[in-house]
Design a protein around this ligand. Structure first.
Ligand code: HEM
Length: 393
């Protein structure tokens, strides 16, 4: 009979090996894959919505209400994307023993499956890294972020479809054969994380990341925005600024002296309104969110004149406006987003404003003084600041 210490050692050995089989099991890989697939699908759909706001398709108009829809979709995009980081790390850990093998492929289908892993894994890392770095305003690359992120998203979603269809049998087994917990296990030396430890890492990591960022768009969690690049209640007049008047080269405009708003008619003729003429128009108050592409958002009480009323004061009648898009131009000299398009249904709404005040005060220069656009359900980059030109297209 073996000595007691040897019995204990071998039973510990067996337990460690069993734990390793669990953590690297097909079942756990499929479970994490499902969560990761769901997170990436949410990110892809919400990302497409953000893209369509900025690159509208004539035949697929986005609704202009509810006013806070974009703050929800983009808030969800960033929060879900960040929560996907521990999920991806965990998934890579679970399948890691299966990656190096000899011969590298078994047959043609296996070769396809392994080939699809390159864009899937590489693209996922790229997406999550560029997304997280972007919201932290860190750009350690030479390409334009939305373009790189956009193409990486398509590559990943394509590879994900190939991957899921080839791994379908494993996903099916997950739902049909609950007793087959360890099919497809791989050998391991028993060292490393246990299944419980790994799940703790995923749930804890995703939970902490969500808790520390969701407050940038979800007010009850505002006190916990340690990882969010901006707190939505901090900034001039109680909300953040992405581009200051100094950065945009528009500081001189804020006094309103010599300010002129040029209204360009469809036939190219122009009419000019000064600030007094705009202020003399009937003003309305509306509470609308300002929702940044980077995920933060804040509700602001705006006061100003509906865009349609300003256009009317510039001589643009209802007939001329019928079915027309309005190009709103800024005095901003540097950077992108010097103008934005307002679609016909939005241009006619009484909550599509040229704002003169925010939260009860005359608009701050960094928020676009003396006149800025604010309209429902739009990314912040399209809420053009320092407006000096309205063009009926
Ligand atoms: C850490 C995770 C992520 C973060 C923080 C993040 C952040 C962002 C941000 C800030 C934008 C707006 C870009 C802009 O318009 O300037 C964006 C757009 C987008 N994201 Fe993500 N993202 C993440 C993950 C993902 C994932 C996993 C996918 C897809 C599977 C995805 C797909 C997209 C798409 C398609 C766009 C639209 C790009 C465009 O406007 O051309 N993102 N993302």
């Amino acid at each position: 009979m073996p000595p007691l210490s040897q019995v204990i050692d071998s039973s510990q050995e067996r337990r460690r090996a069993a734990a390793a089989r669990e953590v690297h099991s097909e079942r756990l890989a499929a479970q994490l894959g499902l969560f990761l697939g769901a997170a990436f699908t949410v990110c892809f759909v919400t990302g497409l919505i953000s893209h369509l706001h900025q690159h509208p398709l004539g035949w697929f108009p986005l609704p202009s209400s509810p006013a806070g829809l974009y703050r929800v979709t983009q808030g969800l995009h960033v929060t879900t994307g960040l929560a996907a980081i521990p999920l991806l790390l965990a998934k890579l850990y679970v399948v890691s023993p299966q990656l190096p093998r000899w011969p590298p492929v078994d047959d043609v289908v296996d070769a396809m499956a392994r080939l699809a892993l390159l864009p899937l894994v590489g693209g996922s890392i790229l997406l999550l890294f560029t997304g997280a770095a972007n919201i932290a305003s860190w750009y350690p690359w030479d390409f334009f972020f939305p373009v790189g992120h956009w193409w990486a998203a398509w590559m990943v979603m394509g590879a994900l479809m190939v991957h899921v269809s080839l791994q379908f049998p494993a996903v099916k087994r997950l739902f049909t054969r609950s007793d087959q917990r360890h099919s497809g296990d791989v050998s391991d030396d028993g060292r490393g994380l246990s299944r419980r430890g790994l799940l703790g890492f995923v749930v804890g990591g995703a939970g902490i990341l969500t808790l520390l960022t969701a407050g940038q768009t979800f007010p009850p969690l505002r006190a916990f925005t340690a990882l969010a690049p901006r707190r939505p209640d901090i900034g001039p007049q109680g909300f953040p600024v992405n581009r200051t008047a100094e950065a945009a080269g528009t500081e001189d405009l804020a006094t309103g002296d010599g300010y002129a708003l040029v209204v360009v008619h469809r036939d190219g003729t122009e009419q000019t309104l000064d600030l007094a003429a705009i202020r003399a128009l009937e003003q309305v108050s509306r509470e609308l969110p300002i929702a940044c592409v980077e995920g933060w958002s804040a509700s602001v009480k705006w006061r100003g004149v509906p865009l349609s009323a300003v256009l009317a004061a510039g001589g643009v009648g209802t007939e001329e406006m019928e079915g027309r898009t309005v190009k709103v131009g800024s005095a901003q000299q540097r950077g992108l987003y010097g103008s934005s398009l307002v679609e016909p249904d939005l241009a006619g709404r009484d909550d599509c404003l040229l704002a003169l005040e925010a939260n009860g005060e005359v608009l701050h220069p960094d928020h676009g003084a003396p006149v800025r656009l604010i309209a429902p359900n739009r990314p912040g980059v399209l809420q053009t600041k320092w407006v000096t030109r309205l063009e009926v297209l």
